[in-house]
Design a protein. Sequence first.
Length: 96
Amino acid sequence: MRVELYFRNDKEKKLFDAMYLRKAELEANFNGKLIWERLDNKNASRIKCEIKYKKLDADQQKFNDKSVWESWVNWYADSMIDFYGAVLPVWQEVRK
């Protein structure tokens, strides 16, 4: 499960590199761990936050059990709010 900023057409990595220059600021303002994937051999790059399947507790790994869906939705909502709040101000500056 993840939230991310995906750089679709950034072959020269200008946008990703501009964001990376502000890595310390972004990570300080985000309530979690950011993963930086430059993807040098691709047109795209990404900055993301994710939770690995194996890190979920046993009950949360039951994808067919609707009783755990609310905890996933809450994780996405909370992570997206935090991610957006940390990334958007920097993204707006980088895009200028």
